[in-house]
Design a protein around this ligand. Structure first.
Ligand code: CO
Length: 136
């Protein structure tokens, strides 16, 4: 079921500083900051040859990243995103195998305009997992 690693999201307290770190220290191609009010984050996309890193910073009230940064004031890995070919089949398979799908279990539209769900970290080695439907 699981496909490519789509991205790793890293929550950062200083988005400009983090973007400069990836651009100037690591030599990566980074995007300008992209506000995503529907998701409560501003994102900088870091392009890698085989995947992406998404630097995420809280945007607005009630951002899902605010509490994470309170627990991890220097920042840290927030989630990893794997591609799946069929989000509904993936949800059914995860539930059947006893995994916790976060929220109401319905896919939402993620940061790339594609259907996503999140799986609870307690079931996955302490890591928040995002599944994104990417058709082959
Ligand atoms: Co993500």
């Amino acid at each position: 079921m699981i496909g490519r690693l789509n991205h790793v999201a890293i929550a950062v307290p200083d988005l400009e500083g983090a973007a400069a770190l990836y651009r100037d220290t690591l030599g990566a191609v980074v995007s300008a900051p992209v506000p995503m009010p529907d998701h409560g984050v501003t994102t900088v996309f870091v392009e890698l040859p085989n995947s992406k890193i998404e630097l995420i910073h809280p945007l607005g009230e009630g951002s899902p990243v605010t509490a994470f940064l309170e627990r991890n004031p220097r920042g840290g890995m927030h989630h990893v995103c794997y591609e799946v070919p069929d989000i509904r089949a993936a949800i059914d398979a995860m539930r059947f195998r006893g995994m916790t799908v976060i929220g109401d279990g319905e896919p939402s539209i993620g940061a790339h305009g594609l259907p996503v769900v999140f799986l609870h970290p307690r079931d996955f080695c302490g890591t928040l997992i995002e599944l994104e439907e990417v058709s082959a």
